[in-house]
Design a protein. Structure first.
Length: 130
């Protein structure tokens, strides 16, 4: 099976537990069939090369490594998006003419978030004890 993009994951996850030996082949490492390229000709070419033992199998990590990779990619995505959300928050404050970033280094730091929470909840009024 040619491993291009993410299209091969579903087929691999069905075929491999069924007891079939599935080879994941990097499409860039396989010499393409000269001439007009179609999916049918491509799979026949891969089958012929596999029958002659000329198909280099790629590395498909075990399931626990795949889950770890997915979690690491998701974490990196969350970190990247958190930085952009912090910039959006700072831009919104700038548009409201709140120059908090002139006083505090990081608007999304501990002090910055405390100031924002306090400004959102409003002033605390304490009634004199009677």
């Amino acid at each position: 099976m040619e491993t291009t993009d993410v299209f091969w994951f579903c087929a691999y996850e069905v075929l491999e537990p069924a007891g079939l030996e599935v080879l994941g082949v990097n499409g860039k490492r396989v010499q393409s069939l000269p001439g007009c390229k179609t999916d049918l000709k491509d799979c026949q070419w891969l089958a012929t090369r596999h029958a002659h033992g000329l198909l280099p199998s790629g590395f498909v990590p075990p399931d626990h490594i795949c889950r770890l990779q997915d979690n690491l990619r998701l974490r990196a995505d969350h970190v990247t998006r958190a930085a952009s959300h912090g910039q959006h928050l700072q831009k919104a404050l700038e548009r409201m003419n709140v120059k908090l970033h002139d006083v505090i280094r990081s608007v999304v730091g501990v002090s910055g978030l405390k100031v924002l929470r306090a400004s959102l909840t409003g002033p605390v009024c304490r009634l004199p004890s009677a």
